[in-house]
Design a protein around this ligand. Sequence first.
Ligand code: KIV
Length: 244
Amino acid sequence: MKRQKIVMLTAYDYSMARLMDGIVDIILVGDSLGMVVLGYENTTKVTMDDMLRATGAVARGAKKALIVGDMPIGTYDNEEDALRNAKLFLEAGAHAVKIEKKPEIAEFLVRNGIEVMGHIGLTPQTITDFKVQGKDKESADKILEEAIQLDEAGCFSLVLECIPMELAKNITNKIRIPTIGIGAGVHCDGQVLVSHDILGLYGDFKPKFLKSYAEIGNDMKKAFESFTKDVREGKFPDEEHSFH
Ligand code: KIV
């Protein structure tokens, strides 16, 4: 029997989380927040404060989905920091945390009662060449090995980002936990994309794996223009929107 795919999207605020709750399986409060919400070039300036505020907002909006908080760079470099910060995510309303690579930290967190989602392949916190990873045999073997280690560490799922679909298939077949792909082809157990990307809200760059499902950015611009025009032409507020 074909198993239903796991669906994960990112959210960083109450309204967006509320809209997707009950539809997607997992809401990832991703550190992509640094780019699509805070306007940084990459995720490396994102802080715990940024992530905890967003996680709290998402948790207030989502009551059905599993909420995963993405631990920012530098917050899980050693066991003590990792556990302290992971607990802060749970206090803010996350059910689990995501970390990039680091199987030994994942294992420590799991041993201490934290549900951990792994993330390998293109890992934006540390990578310098933003291109498909694992194209040659040596790097593909390394990524497979990392997947096995994170599985053995007790992670409950694993994000595979920007790797060839054949490698993603091999990993998905070899490990016990579900894989969630982003730019990793059709064979993963689930898929994730950044909500702002599928909605047409963030246009700074458009990777090949991205599919657009709406152009809400254009609709928003039209609304901003209409409101500006109405105010300038004295058409808003009108009688209907005024008090006596
Ligand atoms: O931060 C994020 O949004 C992510 C996903 C792209 C997996 O890590």
